[in-house]
Design a protein. Structure first.
Length: 204
């Protein structure tokens, strides 16, 4: 997983600043239109579905409930005002049972057919973000974008004036589109078939 490591160890009740410190590196994605930061909440306890997890921020202006979807994707508000206030963050889960992290992903295409240039731009932007983050990612190289489908029947049709080929997802529904200067030069177009769930930079 292309994710920033770090967790709020006790979201049963912790200061907002502890959550902010974990998730704040994801704010860098605001500078890159082809990338996004995806916050995730996961229970360390077996059998706990993400949809049952609830988290609240006890802000002075009123309690804020953090949205968490069925896949565990969350939307913690990250603001200077809340950081200065540093309210308590509570959960309906036992103390120390939740893991909170932020993953850096490429934005999914909003159309079924896109120019390869968009993938190239996502690769370049991911590399720039890695270089800025440094730390454990210092020296890492982005080889391409790994697209993850809802099923194993996903594929990309690669089309150029002089050639065409089909790329098929593996049994896990994953397919990597690599950085290819020739595809950029040939103005390749990519047609998506299947339901995409996410796209993450593939690192070397």
């Amino acid at each position: 997983m292309f994710a920033l490591q770090g967790h709020a160890d006790e979201p049963g009740k912790v200061p907002y600043a502890a959550i902010y410190q974990v998730l704040q590196p994801g704010l860098i994605m605001d500078d890159y239109p082809r990338l996004r930061a995806v916050q995730r909440v996961e229970s360390r306890m077996p059998g706990i579905e993400p949809a049952t997890v609830r988290i609240w921020i006890d802000a002075a202006a009123g309690t804020i409930e953090v949205p968490i979807d069925q896949r565990g994707h969350a939307r913690f508000p990250l603001t200077d005002a809340l950081l200065a206030e540093n309210p308590a963050v509570r959960s309906n889960q036992p103390q120390g049972s939740l893991n909170i992290q932020v993953a850096l992903e490429a934005r999914l295409p909003d159309q079924r057919e896109i120019p390869y240039q968009q993938v190239w731009e996502a690769i370049e932007q991911a590399q720039s973000a890695l270089d800025r983050l440094g730390g454990s990612y210092a020296g890492a190289e982005v080889q391409g974008i790994e697209y993850r489908f809802a099923g194993s029947d996903g594929e990309f049709l690669v089309s150029a004036d002089e050639y065409e080929q089909k790329l098929i997802a593996d049994a896990s529904g994953r397919l990597v589109i690599r950085a290819d200067p020739r595809w950029l030069r040939d103005r390749v177009r990519l047609k998506v078939r299947g339901k995409l769930r996410s796209a993450v930079p593939r690192l070397r």
